[in-house]
Design a protein around this ligand. Sequence first.
Ligand code: AMP
Length: 397
Amino acid sequence: MSLRTLADLDVTGKKVIVRLDLNVPMDGAVITDDGRIQAALPTLRELRARGAALIILTHLGRPDGQHDGKYSVAPVAERLGELLGVPVSTIDAVVGDLATHAADSCEPGAILMLENVRFDPRETSKDANERQTLAMEWAALADCYVGDGFGVVHRKQASVTELAGLLPHAAGLLIEAESTVFTRVLQDPQRPYAVVLGGAKVSDKLAVIEHLLTKVDTLIIGGGMCFTFLAALGHNVGSSLFEADQVNTVTAIMKHAQERGVSLVLPVDVVAADRFAAGAAAKVVPVSGIPEGWMGLDIGPESAQLFAAALDDCKTVVWNGPMGVFEMPAFANGTRVVAEAITQVKGLTVVGGGDSAAAVRLLGIDKAGFTHISTGGGASLEFLEGKTLPGLVALEA
Ligand code: AMP
């Protein structure tokens, strides 16, 4: 089955409830990267141009089912209003009388953002009945539903799955674009096909690594997750990120890669620091020479060149997770070199994952150098794992 698209949905003069993923990084009330808000604009513009009134749902952070002003969507609504050039009104409620009243008074073209959906514990409840009751309250506010939060399509949550089932629905332009690209990568990658993985935790990505071994020609591993691989190879990783309970699994992964003829590329040097801080003492050392008590916070320059060379002749590249602590300039070089190498690839290049996309923006790398920058980290990995994504199934015909 295929996704229903905006073209399939009659929205003129209707109230449309739109689930977005506007979960942007914040420093207090300041948005530090508005990429996800930017990515939501085309759908919102199209719906307004077609005469719909919009009721927006999003989550922000992890308020754990509690109303917590720290996670209010107000700054997000304000930024969205600036970008669209129209006011986005907010209310201090997720559902209930206040929401009903505000939704009732929405005229065509108006935009209302309800409070953080995760203020209501039913949004993420494991109990389908609880999710359904919340979804029914939202469904009563609108005539139809547009799902455009790609970052949450791997979640079974009231505003993502149950709500779509209660109203005429369609995928927004972002989800449509994201799923087109990832379907292409999953089903018909041009070869050589390489995946570059980084980020903090190896355990988060083990399932995808296992699956990718059946698909890719080259798997490149940097970031904090490489240290569990290096430790499994017998290196002393000092105080680097290291998941001791994953060593056996990682050893098996390396064996599988060899059996399948997948080239698994690991760092040969790292930037080691004496503590986790922007101003830490730092030096480049071979992976066999991380001093006791020091931690690898970036791949070293030789590794960055090695990774870039491994990408050189690729026709498909997917990158998920930074190569180091790119947020600190002293440890951003590996991520920068690898990202720039990906922009030079002649073929389909996809940046998956919130942190990798944030790195592209923070490091000022030309976005136009990539075929696609995804808004979904976990969602894009689960897509590439070949998993069924409940939030996409809910948007099918
Ligand atoms: P993830 O959410 O798993 O993709 O992890 C992203 C985070 O991993 C970023 O905030 C990076 O700062 C962090 N990271 C990358 N490399 C390292 C490293 N070598 N040590 C500690 N953290 C790292």
